[in-house]
Design a protein around this ligand. Structure first.
Ligand code: AMP
Ligand code: TRP
Length: 327
């Protein structure tokens, strides 16, 4: 029996190469080895205000990105979270298991609060991790491939699953996070101390997966670098280290090889080549995205929901029985 993985991305903001390298690229590599379920998490997206038309567009766009990246709907299930209502239902039940201080501790929540202001933050934003736990636990997921920033949420998922099992008897599998070391954290091009982020204020923070060639060249040219002139991979040159990481992950060359290639050369040569490496990656990717019609993608998403829903229903019924609901 293959182990099962589950992961998801929110249909908000612009998916960037950090999302690809930190998460989606790994999914593609894992789908042969694992039974895979990938979700477009629209219920999570609305924890901050979304424009309805944009949300609809982005939901399809994320699915196109999954497919263009190489997620194969014959092997993996891809679907929209809100098409399987069991997610929201289990989230409600897990709300009664989670404790307020546990949710208050979440770094992503604290970060977003700083951006939002406490007065305007929704209860859904606070409760985001309970919904994420529901996503994972509904499918007996063993492994959750994500970027490093999501580990805390998975730890909370484990806590909730264990607490439920303890109180009501063995019900949930305790999932493990799966994080690839190098793709762990792609940092902002304008600030290598903070991670590259969809919701960054400046577009110079990220390379979007749908950026044009020209935009990529402009952004890489503007990317901050460290003092010095040599191309070296080291912790005290965080900006350069980040650029070398991106280069390395997209070209399958090691950081050592890249250092050697640019020995005696300067930042300009390195950056020019990096822009080309990114463009060479993005071009076929974008061609694949453009070749997919919205209708075709929606059909794939609906089939995906049909495939996974029985699993979700079965788990939710088990949960309901355990907690004393009349079925
Ligand atoms: P999000 O953009 O927060 O919806 O994240 C979607 C997925 O991409 C999650 O698995 C994140 O951990 C991953 N991710 C987001 N930003 C980065 C980044 N800068 N570097 C690596 N992985 C990331
Ligand atoms: N919170 C995740 C993020 O921001 C997205 C997500 C929602 C997710 N549900 C999930 C990831 C379940 C893995 C498993 O990236």
């Amino acid at each position: 029996m293959k182990q099962r993985i589950f992961s998801g991305v929110q249909p908000s903001g612009n998916l960037h190469i950090g999302n690809y390298l930190g998460a989606i690229k790994n999914w593609v590599e894992l789908q042969d080895e694992y039974e895979s379920i990938f979700c477009v998490v629209d219920l999570h997206a609305i924890t901050v205000p979304q424009d309805p038309e944009t949300l609809r567009k982005k939901t399809i766009e994320i699915a196109k990105i999954y497919l263009a990246a190489g997620i194969d709907p014959e092997k993996s299930s891809i679907f929209i979270q809100s098409h399987v209502p069991e997610h929201a239902e289990l989230a409600w039940i897990l709300n009664t298991i989670a404790k307020i201080p546990e949710l208050e501790k979440m770094t992503q929540f604290k970060d977003k609060l700083q951006k939002e202001s406490r007065e305007s933050a929704s209860v859904g934003l606070f409760d985001y991790p309970a919904l994420m736990a529901a996503d994972i636990l509904l499918y007996n997921t063993q492994t959750v491939p994500v970027g490093e920033d999501q580990i805390q949420h998975i730890e909370l998922t484990r806590t909730l699953a264990k607490r439920f099992n303890h109180r009501f008897g063995d019900t949930f599998i305790i999932p493990e996070p799966f994080v690839r070391k190098e793709g762990m954290r792609i940092m902002g091009l304008d600030d290598p101390i903070k991670k590259m982020s969809k919701s960054a204020k400046s577009e110079y923070n990220y390379i979007s997966l749908i950026d044009s060639e020209e935009t990529v060249r402009r952004k890489i040219k503007k990317a901050v670098t460290d003092s010095g002139t040599e191309i070296v991979y080291s912790d005290d040159k965080p900006a350069l280290k980040n650029l070398i990481n991106i280069y390395s992950l997209l070209s399958e060359k090691s950081s050592k090889e890249i250092e050697q290639m640019y020995a005696g050369k300067g930042y300009a040569d390195f950056k020019n080549d990096l822009a080309e490496v990114i463009i060479n990656f993005l071009k076929p990717f974008q061609e694949k995205i453009n070749a997919l019609s919205d209708e075709k993608v929606l059909e794939i998403l609906k089939q995906g929901a049909e495939k996974v829903r029985p699993l979700a229903k079965q788990k939710l019924d088990e949960v309901k029985k355990k907690i004393g609901f009349v079925l």
